[in-house]
Design a protein around this ligand. Structure first.
Ligand code: DON
Length: 304
């Protein structure tokens, strides 16, 4: 028997004392209000056991973690047609870089960089009757939690300063890889990223990826084969130009967000989420990555 509670308590208590905690994202001004002293860890096992340490129940801005949830919803509508408009290769570049997009004729490298997520957002704007409300309902359903909501201040903040995403959406449009209006897609995307969730809520929402497409309520939302693919994309692309480093150090598929959250999982085993707003130079949570590395090292459990 592994003492999961003891392990995550130790990781939390040791890392919270670190002096270097990374830098809070400021390019979305509203996110800059966060403190580097926030730190939560939550472990959700497939067998139903849960373990929490620190600020595991405090909601924060999930940002790019939402891209995985949006992808799973788009897959339910588009199935394999998705891959005609977005590729599945790691980009080796930061999340917001656009040079490859132009070189590769408007086909984003993968659905987890910003340009790829904008294509997925475009699909959802096409398919959902009330895109923002319907997507929120989907997230609430898979997490089994009706209290999850948008943080409209964060969405408005990104809308005011998100010039890179406006450029990406316009470039996609110029390559005919955006079917809806640039403004509508960006409004949806900024909201999708501005969902507030806690580590506990995120771990529940990601349960379906660790459980062959079935959510915490045992409802099949995506086929087993698509859950496999989403996990593969998280492993190869979930941390942008740090995906290799995350696989090397942690050894799990996962996804980060500039709000300081990370969710990682071992299929058929567990989902683990962390929140620590201080980021490293690649835009991924500094303490979160350290915590996950220590978790897989101490438990000796990873996909490898
Ligand atoms: O589009 C953006 O720049 C943000 N809404 C999300 C970026 C993000 O979370 C990158 N992840 N580490």
């Amino acid at each position: 028997m592994i003492d999961f509670q003891g392990i995550i308590n130790n990781i939390h208590n040791n890392l919270i004392k670190e002096e270097v905690k990374g830098v809070v994202a400021s390019y979305i001004p509203e996110l800059y209000k966060q403190s580097t002293n926030s730190f939560g860890i939550y472990l959700q096992c497939i067998n139903g056991e849960t373990y929490a340490a620190g600020d595991a129940y405090t909601p924060f801005s999930i940002q790019s973690i939402s891209k995985v949830l949006a992808l799973s919803k788009a897959i339910a509508f588009e199935d394999n047609r998705i891959w005609e408009r977005v590729d599945v290769e790691p980009s080796g570049n930061p999340f917001n870089h656009l040079s490859l997009l132009e070189l590769e004729n408007g086909i984003p490298r993968n659905p987890l960089i910003n340009s790829g997520a904008l294509v997925i957002a475009d699909m959802l704007v096409t398919h959902l009757k009330n895109p923002k409300q319907d997507f929120l309902n989907y997230v609430r359903t898979i997490a089994n939690d009706q209290t999850i909501n948008y943080n409209t201040d964060v969405a408005a903040s990104e809308k005011r300063t998100g010039y890179g995403n406006f450029a990406a959406a316009n470039l996609l449009k110029s390559f005919n890889n955006l079917n809806n209006n640039v403004e509508d897609v960006l409004d949806f995307y900024f909201h999708q990223c501005a969902i507030d969730m806690s580590c506990a809520q995120l771990a529940k929402a990601f349960y379906l990826f660790a459980n062959g497409g079935k959510c915490v309520n045992n409802v099949q939302h995506i086929p087993v084969s698509q859950a496999k693919r989403i996990n593969a994309i998280m492993l190869t692309c979930g941390f942008y130009d740090e995906a290799g480093e995350f696989a090397f150090r942690v050894g799990l598929p996962g996804k980060s967000g500039v709000g300081g959250g990370i969710v990682a999982l071992l299929p058929n085993n567990f989902i683990i989420s962390t929140w620590a707003p201080g980021l490293n130079a690649k835009g991924n949570s500094l303490l979160g990555m350290q915590a996950l590395e220590q978790f897989t090292t101490e438990t000796k459990i990873s996909i490898f």
